[in-house]
Structure formats: structure tokens, C-alpha cells
Design a protein around this ligand. Structure first.
Ligand code: ATP
Ligand code: MG
Length: 243
């Protein structure tokens, strides 16, 4: 069953068309990758789909309902949450308080919210940092915190924007394992990522944006062999699936 359906989405910044007539869908239970060169419009697409920006054209359907133009907090309540490429925790709040902010989306009872936040911190492996100020975390842990805050809103669809950027190979491996565990919880995933060795193996399907336009979609194996994608983006950077 289709969880997210985006039809002909267009988003402009002045004269720049950041998303040009883009259509994509995500089935419930899938892991879908979104790739493309810098400035292709990937983050803008996530922002427009999740209600952070209003689209200039097109439709967004989530869980069978038209949510086009709905503000981001309402979209979140319906079960769609995204993380940001640039992590922005509330720096002077503790790790636990940051996650509680996410959990307040589902409950107004502080004790319930706290329990939920603690459970999520345990799940992402940040429980021992719960009373530290978020500002003091390493990059890898800030990324975990961003994930925890998103998970605390109890999403059906979680959209991850470069959660692995800037991580060491070992931290990347841990992040991949965490993503698998999130998926095992029944959460559908839509992932923007530049690390091909990560995104290609975990995705059921992959979309490619270039200059705001969708230039390809399909299983990772097919995408890795697509001439237009290789020319626009992959170049020599990814051989694993091409052999
Ligand atoms: N708020 C904004 N105002 C004006 N232009 C913007 C804004 N956000 C993005 N853009 C422009 O829109 C285009 C798409 O940017 P976007 O951040 O969506 O690309 P991206 O695919 O996420 O790139 P990257 O891989 O570098 O994160 C770029 O040309 C960018 O400069
Ligand atoms: Mg981006």
C-alpha cells in the first residue's frame, strides 16, 4: 500500500526551480533512497513534502489523504517526520529534554513524555548522555540525537537527510545498523544520502534528482548502470553494484 505519493511537485526560490514537476511514491514498509549531486533539490524536496515549504505546484498525499500545503507540525502529527541535514539541537537543553520536545507531539503528560524519550534514547544508544547539554555532543551523537528526536514523534514515515555525513567508517556502520533496527520497528524510510556504499545496499528503490528534475528511478542495481545517472552523478565514485 502506498504511504506517500507526490505528484508533479514544483518548488521555486525566485527564478530558481529547485523541484521541477517531480513525482515519487513510497510504499509502506519500503526503504527508498534519494540521490543526486549537490544542489539537485533533495533537501528542498523533503522540506516541501513535509510541509516546511509550501509547494508552487503539485500534490502530496500521505496515508491516503491530501496533505498538500499542510504546515509541518500537522504533517508530523499525521506520522511523517524528517531530520535536517544540518543538525540543530536545542543547544542549552539536555539530550533528554531535546528528545522530550519530539515526544510532546504525542502526549501532553510530562511523565509519559519523559518515559517515551528515555525509551528512544535507550534505543539509539544515547541513554548514558541523557543529562548532558546537547551542545557538547560529538557529531555522531548529534546525528543520533536528531534521529531520537524524530523517532520520539512516532512516525510512520521517517525521512532522513544525510544522517551519515561526516561520520567515520565505524560510525557509519553503526548508523546503518540503527537504520535497519528502525525499519524492523515497522517504520517506512525515505533516505537522502551521498554515501553510495550505504544507500545502494539498503534501498529497495532509488530516485535520482538532477537540477531539480527526476532523471531516474528503479532498483539500485538498475540505477547504478543508468548512463544518465552515471554522467550526472555517480561518475567513477561508485562501482560496487556495476562489477
Ligand atoms: N531557502 C532557499 N532559498 C533560496 N534557494 C535555496 C534555498 N534552499 C535551497 N536553495 C537552492 O535550491 C537548490 C536545491 O538545493 P537543495 O538544498 O535542495 O539541494 P540538495 O540536493 O539537498 O543538495 P546537497 O546534496 O548539497 O545537500 C540549490 O540551488 C540551492 O541553492
Ligand atoms: Mg541537501
Amino acid at each position: 500500500m502506498t504511504l506517500l505519493k507526490v505528484e508533479n511537485l514544483t518548488k521555486r526560490f525566485g527564478g530558481l526551480v529547485a523541484n521541477d514537476d517531480v513525482s515519487m511514491y513510497v510504499e509502506r514498509g519500503e526503504i527508498v533512497g534519494l540521490i543526486g549531486p549537490n544542489g539537485a533539490g533533495k533537501s528542498t524536496f523533503f522540506s516541501t513534502v513535509s510541509g516546511y515549504y509550501r509547494p508552487d505546484g503539485g500534490k502530496v498525499y500521505f496515508d491516503g489523504e491530501d496533505i498538500t500545503g499542510l504546515p509541518t507540525e500537522k504533517v508530523c502529527l499525521r506520522g511523517m517526520t524528517r531530520t535536517f541535514q544540518i543538525v540543530k539541537p536545542f543547544s542549552d537543553m539536555t539530550v533528554l529534554e531535546n528528545v522530550m520536545v519530539g515526544a510532546f507531539a504525542r502526549s501532553a503528560r510530562v511523565s509519559e513524555v519523559r518515559d517515551r524519550a528515555l525509551e528512544v534514547l535507550e534505543f539509539v544508544g544515547l541513554a548514558d548522555r541523557r543529562d548532558f547539554p546537547a551542545a557538547g555532543l560529538t557529531i555522531a551523537n548529534k546525528k543520533r540525537l536528531e534521529l531520537a528526536r524524530a523517532l520520539a514523534t512516532e512516525p510512520k514515515l521517517l525521512m532522513l537527510d544525510e544522517v551519515m555525513a561526516g561520520l567515520t567508517p565505524r560510525e557509519t556502520q553503526e548508523a546503518v545498523e540503527l537504520i535497519h533496527r528502525i525499519h524492523e520497528r515497522g517504520i517506512t524510510l525515505f533516505i537522502v544520502e551521498h554515501v553510495m556504499e550505504v544507500i545502494m545496499p539498503i534501498s529497495d528503490r532509488v530516485y535520482v534528482l538532477d537540477g531539480g528534475r527526476k532523471i531516474a528511478e528503479g532498483p539500485p542495481q538498475e540505477i547504478a548502470e543508468n548512463e544518465e545517472v552515471i554522467k550526472a552523478y555517480l561518475g567513477e565514485r561508485y562501482h560496487a553494484a556495476r562489477g
